[in-house]
Design a protein around this ligand. Structure first.
Ligand SMILES: [Zn+2]
Length: 507
């Protein structure tokens, strides 16, 4: 926390050392502070508007001061070029919120993986160009080391798809290391370095006889089909299973319909069009837009703008892999009716619908993220108020939203299969978000969001953070921070796709 002393902001030297990972030496008699970063020194002296950074003099706007026997360093010092270069940590200070955003240069990670019929792909994200080395380890191991790379968190995933046993991302002092352990089905690898965003892609090939064996086993053909056919076959089987489930659900609906048949149903549940085999279709929906600005931040940030930025970032990430076919409900600042948003997803035959929003509350203290799925009854009064707010645009649309009771019930029933999936995805998403951001995890919630109601696919609504909270607002505005939120949503989608066997790989 920053202190305001005589209209200027200071950070206690002790906090500064802790935040930036330095050793602190305080020479009270001389009034000198020494910050040591692995042998490199910064020396500040009381009432002297100069600092010694690695022996070089740097001018300061304000001098370090001492109050009650404690040293306070002017906060501007931590954002000077000299300090950033030495500490290797970028920071920004916002005097309005008194928030010091510290970027620890998490330049390596996260890792993503995909099992394809012919190969297993590992993607390692880098946030800038970094040198790296590869080294074989024994017959089946591969190390990729990135000197000066730092990771956010260590990650080990047991893939076990016949090609890759596991991957492990670790930090070793000043270098990051990604270790791969192949399985007997692996047949060499290919390493690519790609830009925008910068990443290392390692494709481990599945040996030919393994592919054939896997195919004949899975499909039961006498002659091996082409990889494309295998993929289609898997999708076809899934579709058949889905059809059977749908048939059962339809019967159930018919029974209930008969029970409430006295009432005329004006809105029969839509029947989902048969899905084409192939890629996983995802509709990303940036909330609000055009004349509907959504929530407004304390400093005037418009929800619609943040939603669009985050949605575009999520789409860019998804489009890195060919297996995803992704669309946006809007890619500009335009007004779209709520009903139209789910209709767009349905026309696209989307497998998933993700609506992206920012929260707002009367209390400025509320903060954090939450993920919603549809329910006619809200999980708590706050959720109900939020749904009211998000649905309030209906007034702008001039729609009559009152459905009769029977229709409501049928709607709810028709959506049951999707709602179970949506609940699962909401859970996976909150889990992956909480791993990546330091925002409060407000958990999975339910409410009657109109935008989710029309969706013929699992649909969730993400409230990334509170615009009504100064700190949350600053985070939402920061592209770097948003990136973490987007990574979290993306990982949730991946986890869900794996659960559904859409990616042909299992955890
Ligand atoms: Zn919203």
């Amino acid at each position: 926390d920053a202190y305001r002393i005589d209209r200027d902001f200071y950070l206690p030297a002790k906090s500064g050392a802790r935040i930036y990972g330095a050793q602190l030496y305080w020479y009270a008699v001389r009034g000198t502070v020494r910050l040591s970063f692995r042998g490199r020194q910064i020396i500040l002296t009381k009432d002297v508007s100069e600092a010694l950074v690695d022996g070089r003099k740097i001018k300061l706007d304000k001098a370090m001061i001492v109050r009650a026997g404690k040293a306070f360093i002017p906060i501007g010092f931590f954002t000077t070029k000299a300090f950033v270069r030495l500490a290797g940590v970028d920071s920004k200070f916002d005097p309005k919120t008194r928030l010091l955003l510290v970027d620890h240069r998490s330049s390596v990670g996260p890792v993503r993986w995909f099992t394809y019929p012919g190969h297993t792909r590992i993607v390692l994200e880098l946030d800038r160009k970094l040198r790296f080395q590869t080294r074989k380890r024994g017959r089946s191991g591969l190390d990729v080391t990135i000197p000066n790379g730092t990771i956010d968190w260590s990650e080990r995933v047991d893939v076990g798809d016949g090609v890759l046993e596991f991957f492990h991302l670790t930090q070793e002092k000043k270098q990051a290391r990604l270790t791969l352990k192949m399985q007997s089905g692996a047949d060499g690898y290919k390493l690519l370095e790609l830009k925008k965003p910068r990443r290392i892609v390692i494709d481990v090939a599945r040996s030919k006889d393994r592919i054939l064996a896997a195919k004949t086993r899975r499909v039961g053909y006498e002659s091996p089909p082409s990889p494309k056919q295998t993929w289609r076959e898997a999708r076809r089987k899934k579709k058949l299973a889905k059809k059977a489930a749908k048939k059962a659900a339809k019967k159930k609906r018919a029974r209930i319909k008969a029970a409430i048949a006295t009432k005329e149903v004006t809105h029969p549940p839509a029947v989902r069009a048969p899905q084409r085999a192939g890629r996983i279709r995802i509709m990303v929906d940036p909330g609000h837009g055009g004349k509907d600005g959504g929530a407004v931040g304390r400093r005037g940030t418009l929800e619609k703008d943040i939603n669009l930025a985050a949605s575009r970032e999520l789409v860019a990430l998804l489009r890195q892999e060919d297996v995803f076919d992704v669309r946006l409900t809007r890619d500009s600042d335009t007004f779209i009716k709520l009903k139209q948003r789910s209709a767009l997803a349905n026309n696209f035959n989307a497998d998933l619908f993700v609506s992206i929003h920012c929260n707002a509350a009367d209390s400025r203290a509320l903060s954090g993220f939450e993920v919603y799925f549809l329910s006619e009854r809200a999980s708590d009064p706050e959720a109900e108020r939020l749904a009211e707010f998000e649905n309030s645009v209906l007034a702008m649309e001039g729609e009559d939203v009152v459905l009769d009771e029977a229709a409501e019930l049928l709607y709810a029933l028709a959506r049951t299969e999707y709602i179970n999936d949506a609940a699962e995805m909401a859970g996976l998403m909150t889990r992956s978000l909480s791993k990546r951001v330091d925002l409060r995890n407000r958990g999975v919630k339910q409410a009657a969001f109109y935008v989710l109601r029309g969706a013929n696919q699992p649909a969730v609504l993400v409230e990334m953070a509170f615009l009504s909270n100064g700190r949350d607002e600053a985070k939402l505005q920061s592209k770097k921070y948003r990136r973490k939120l987007v990574e979290g949503m993306y990982a949730g989608i991946l986890d869900f796709a794996r659960r559904k066997d859409w990616l042909e790989g299992k955890r």
